[in-house]
Design a protein around this ligand. Structure first.
Ligand code: AMP
Ligand code: ZN
Length: 473
């Protein structure tokens, strides 16, 4: 098939024509969440843009297989193998076991994804499912002379590679400065840039999950999981590997080092990285106390789809600053958009020429290194153009396969919600009147029964000086 997509490749630091290994098929891998806490809206920016990439590939005709890991072991509080396992921290915070924490936050993550219309990858694999695969890869790396044992841990020997910093393209010095502050020197490493493949000894011995291995009871390092899980499901050659920009170093750099040392050939051709969502004080992160989640936005009255639109309006290779002012503007724009589409009369004839023209423009925008804001602009343009409502509606429906903004369904859902709300309001008001009358007649048992009846339906009554008020529980 025709390869019309251009994509920025972190490996070559250029926008390139995307050509998969196998014609018409794409093997795609995404670094999944570390499930020790809720995902923040920064994490979700990465997953929205990766979802957009997957859906664009499918829209233009590729058969995509996408795999995602769930990090439920081995991701230490510094990406450079020091500090405590994040999962353990989460378990201690909530007085639960690591597996309970993993289960809860994995579900919470996919729940957030559902709200944002992020499609679940074809394969989702928790790291704790794949320990035998990790052990096998580490054994092979030792056999091939790329890994060594020291002080109880197994390390990857980066000095054995012709080039280690292939992905980031920066000098060793620059990268070492970029490494997080809480990095302790590990005296067992032969080279500063070596990284742990398997831990049996660490400063934090309280590790809850441990497995037997040829090197003693221990647990895997974080980087090995993505190499193994992707190969398990996608084989030895991969087309696109995705993640946020903070994954470039050390995580993805280490993935390439160990995967290519293990395979003996090039592993992944295209590296897709999403830039960070920041707030005024800098990068949004989970360690920053009260962090922004989709539930928090919902509790403030925002439709999650509005956050998706906010992300789509900006290019994935630019840092994006979050602010409620911009989100408010986006909310107004979204309401107008779905109202406009919702009131289109879809029963007429479709103008095929116009349909093809706009579809072509839409694809061209997406194929231009995923220019999502241009894709949204094309939607606005066509809604203003002279053509039948049915054509506009069909185009919106088609574009939504990629944009996933509920373009043709949101209007009806909101109308239905409003109807439900009006019916509920009338019912509650009638019940309040009935209760008032009961009280007047000193029938307090009946008044209490009415209060309980409403409570069962999720309505709380409050007697105030200004009269009875009610709210949803
Ligand atoms: P984690 O759960 O920390 O493993 O991160 C999950 C994904 O979110 C990774 O791909 C990260 O690179 C990405 N990520 C982390 N912080 C941000 C941020 N502030 N903006 C966008 N993506 C992020
Ligand atoms: Zn990964």
């Amino acid at each position: 098939m025709e390869n019309k997509l251009s994509l920025y490749n972190t490996l070559t630091r250029k926008v390139e024509q995307f050509i998969p290994n196998e014609d018409g098929k794409v093997a795609m891998y995404t670094c999944g969440p570390t499930v020790y806490h809720f995902a923040h809206i920064g994490n979700l920016r990465s997953y929205i843009m990766e979802d957009l990439l997957e859906k664009t590939l499918r829209y233009i005709g590729y058969d995509v297989k996408r795999v995602m890991n769930i990090t439920d072991v081995g991701h230490l509080s510094s990406d450079a193998d020091t500090g405590e396992d994040k999962m353990l921290k989460g378990a201690r915070r909530e007085h639960k076991t690591v597996m309970e924490i993993a289960d809860f936050y994995t579900k919470a993550f996919f729940n957030d994804c559902d709200k944002l219309n992020i499609k679940k990858p074809d394969v989702v694999e928790p790291a704790t499912n794949c320990v035998p695969e990790f052990i096998h890869m580490i054994e092979t790396l030792i056999e091939k002379g790329y890994a060594y044992e020291n002080g109880g841990n197994i390390y990857f020997d980066t000095a054995k590679l012709k080039a280690y910093y292939v992905l980031s393209g920066q000098s060793e010095k620059e990268l070492l400065v970029g490494v997080r502050e809480d990095v302790d020197e590990d005296a067992n490493k032969k080279n500063k840039s070596d990284f742990v493949l398997w831990f049996t000894k660490s400063k934090f011995d309280a590790q809850e999950l441990k497995w037997d291995s040829p090197w003693g009871v221990g647990y895997p390092g974080w980087h090995i999981e993505c190499s193994c899980i992707s190969m398990k499901h996608l084989g030895e050659y991969m087309d696109i590997h995705c993640g946020g920009v903070d994954n470039i170093f050390p995580h993805h750099t280490n993935e390439i080092a160990q995967s290519e040392a293990y395979l003996g050939h090039k592993w992944c051709n295209y590296w897709f990285h999403v830039h960070h969502l920041n707030d005024k004080s800098g990068k949004i992160s989970k360690s920053k106390g009260d962090f922004l989640t989709i539930s928090l936005l919902e509790s403030k009255g925002y439709d999650p789809t509005v956050y998706r639109l906010f992300c789509l309006q900006s290019h994935y290779r630019k840092p994006l600053e979050f602010s409620y002012e911009v989100l408010d503007n986006m909310s107004v724009a979204y309401d107008k958009l779905i109202k406009k589409i919702g009131t289109l009369d879809k029963s007429g004839a479709i103008d095929q020429k116009k349909f093809d023209l706009y579809k072509e423009q839409f694809e061209a925008a997406l194929c231009d290194d995923l220019n999502s804001s241009m894709a949204v602009t094309i939607l606005y343009d066509l809604l203003k153009d002279e053509m039948s409502d049915a054509t506009k509606y069909a185009l919106a429906e088609s574009f939504d396969k990629v944009l996933s903004l509920n373009l043709t369904t949101a209007h009806a859902t909101r109308k239905a919600d409003n109807t439900i709300d009006t019916e509920l309001e009338q019912y509650v008001i009638a019940k309040i009147e009935e209760r008032k009358a009961a009280k007047k007649e000193k029938d307090f048992a009946k008044a209490d029964a009415i209060r309980s009846e409403l409570l069962e339906k999720g309505i709380v009554l409050e007697d105030t000086r200004e009269g009875v008020k009610w709210k949803k529980a």
